[in-house]
Design a protein around this ligand. Structure first.
Ligand SMILES: [Zn+2]
Length: 170
């Protein structure tokens, strides 16, 4: 066994394939640093003290599209959550109501974590939700498990690829 005495937690494997560009790096977060303060022309989120929030813009704020709106424009989700199973078919309205409430809550707290769109038909047993952040992707899945049971699979994706999570209950 090669000498490798790292004390790093085992949950995060460092990458050594030349793709390494920082911990949890999100190209949409690091594409270009906005000046501070900045306001997004699409959603009116403001960038201040290093983060995007829903605080009211300051006068004289620069215009700079936020990473979430960049993803929405490019059609590039950070995460996808697939819902499926008989429970979804039979409780379509309840499930989609929980999705809507939870997304609303997450978006208020984290301005860059939003639902991009949903496709499919809950009453036919399959829906695909696309998000601008992995926190929302994973958080929605956990909220579904908490409310309705079932199983969530949310493997961490390689840098640059979206998280592909799925929730299922038969
Ligand atoms: Zn925006």
């Amino acid at each position: 066994m090669p000498a490798n005495t790292t004390n790093a937690p085992a949950s995060h494997q460092p990458r050594h394939d030349g793709m390494e560009s920082g911990h949890h790096s999100d190209p949409y977060q690091q594409r270009h640093k906005p000046s501070q303060p900045s306001t997004c022309p699409d959603c009116q989120a403001t960038f201040h003290q290093g983060r995007w929030t829903w605080e009211a813009p300051e006068t004289g704020a620069a215009s700079h599209r936020c990473p979430a709106c960049e993803r929405i424009r490019d059609g590039v989700p950070a995460g996808e959550l697939r819902l499926s199973g008989r429970f979804l078919t039979e409780h379509a309205e309840e499930v989609m109501q929980l999705v809507s409430n939870t997304e609303d809550h997450i978006r208020q707290e984290h301005a860059l974590e939003r639902l991009i769109d949903s496709s499919g038909d809950p009453s036919s047993g399959e829906v695909l939700l696309r998000f601008t952040g992995i926190h929302a992707t994973h958080g929605l899945g956990e909220a579904l498990v908490h409310a309705f049971g079932g199983t969530l699979e949310a493997p961490f994706a390689d840098a640059g690829s979206p998280m592909r999570a799925s929730w299922q209950r038969d």
